[in-house]
Design a protein around this ligand. Structure first.
Ligand code: PEP
Ligand code: MN
Length: 355
């Protein structure tokens, strides 16, 4: 249920509505719009409540929200949300690209990859320090040491960092280095973790669970948002289907659908969505054409030596080519690439094995 305040409602009237909601045993979440404030009532509401709140001073109207997700829904928040990371604006109509290694490995590879993606025009550096692996025998990341390498890469390139957090106990540590906290596909219903990142003020990139319906994905966002953190970026990364030719089935339908259902920015991950480096560029372009606000792409200066996901990682040369084609597409669509971020000087671009 949402309480729409009149445009001339005073701060006292808004506070009185919030107090009444709390008095009735519900949580209140105000959303300050350009013209008016809307107060969301969180919890299982009863029909008479509509009348009880409608009569309060300063209230324009009270509406039932038909969707199971409330804070993430466009019904509650019609305007697009723009998530800010320093000068970077995600969801502003300008396309943002996050790129880097699947997992942080050696210092040499990490710094060379960071410089290469920055030189090609990436806006955010990605790299996993804590890696979710299907097999416990696979490389699970360098942990805290990996975060230190990412911090070094940020100092050199000026790029903000996105990195995954897998355990609620690590959120504080990861948030010291990360500019954006990544929730991986496998943790899309780890409610303790979702709530923990919801208690921070860091932007959160929420990957779609590989088994999650769009509704379950948006309800995962709702778990984060009910804790107070509304800086959520959704990420379509492919789902499990009967198809085995590709690693996952990238659900391009979900992009315009979710943009319609939700006000949150949506980015696409064609690397995990396809699992094959030569499919990354076409699917990346398709995702942007379908309305995605940005991309997250795996790049490695030497994919054959990557400790995870080398098969889907682009060489710097292929990433630079993707950026050039993306630029053309973005201009044609009238949604240009976001201006470059980061002021730090960059060194020579690393070389990959594939042309
Ligand atoms: C990743 O981005 O490194 C990753 C593990 O992705 P996903 O959670 O989508 O599998
Ligand atoms: Mn990966």
């Amino acid at each position: 249920m949402i309480v729409v305040m009149r445009t001339d409602a005073s701060p006292e009237q808004i506070e009185a509505v919030r107090a009444k909601i709390r008095e009735l045993g519900y949580q209140d979440r105000p959303i300050q719009g350009v013209e008016r404030t809307v107060v969301c009532v969180l919890g299982q509401v009863y029909p008479e409540m509509l009348d009880e709140l409608s009569v309060l001073d300063g209230v324009e109207t009270v509406l039932r929200v038909s969707k199971p997700y409330k804070l993430a829904s466009r019904e509650v928040h019609p305007m697009d949300t723009v998530v800010r990371v320093g000068d970077l604006e995600i969801g502003s109509g300008r396309v943002v690209v996050m790129a880097g290694q699947c997992s942080v490995d050696t210092e040499e590879y990490t710094l060379a990859t960071a410089q290469a993606v920055r030189d090609a025009g990436a806006h955010v550096l990605r790299g996993g320090a804590f890696k979710p692996r299907t097999s416990p025998h696979s490389f699970e990341g360098h942990g805290a040491k990996g975060l230190e390498l990412l911090a070094r890469a940020k100092a050199i390139t000026g790029l903000p960092i996105i990195t995954e957090v897998m355990d609620p106990r690590d959120v504080e540590l990861v948030a010291e280095t990360a500019d954006i906290l990544q929730i991986g596909s496998r943790n899309g219903q780890n409610f303790a973790l979702l709530k923990e990142v919801g208690r921070t003020d860091k932007p959160v990139l929420l990957k779609r669970g590989m088994w999650a319906t769009v509704e379950e994905w948006l309800l995962a966002a709702e778990h984060i948002m009910t804790q107070g953190n509304h800086n959520v970026i959704l990420c379509e990364r492919g789902i499990r289907t009967f198809e085995t030719a590709t690693r996952f089935t990238f659900d391009v339908n979900a992009i315009p659908f979710v943009k319609r259902e939700s006000h949150l920015p949506v980015v696409a991950d064609p690397s995990h969505g396809t699992g094959r480096w030569y499919l990354v560029e076409p699917v990346a372009l398709a995702a942007i054409a379908a309305g995605a606000d940005g991309l997250i792409i795996e790049v490695h200066v030497s994919p054959d030596h990557a400790l995870s996901d080398g098969a889907q990682s682009l060489t710097p040369q292929n990433f630079a080519r993707l950026m050039e084609r993306l630029d053309v597409l973005c201009q044609a669509l009238g949604r240009p690439l976001h201006p470059a971020v980061g002021q730090a000087p960059s060194a020579a671009r690393g070389d990959g094995q594939r042309p």
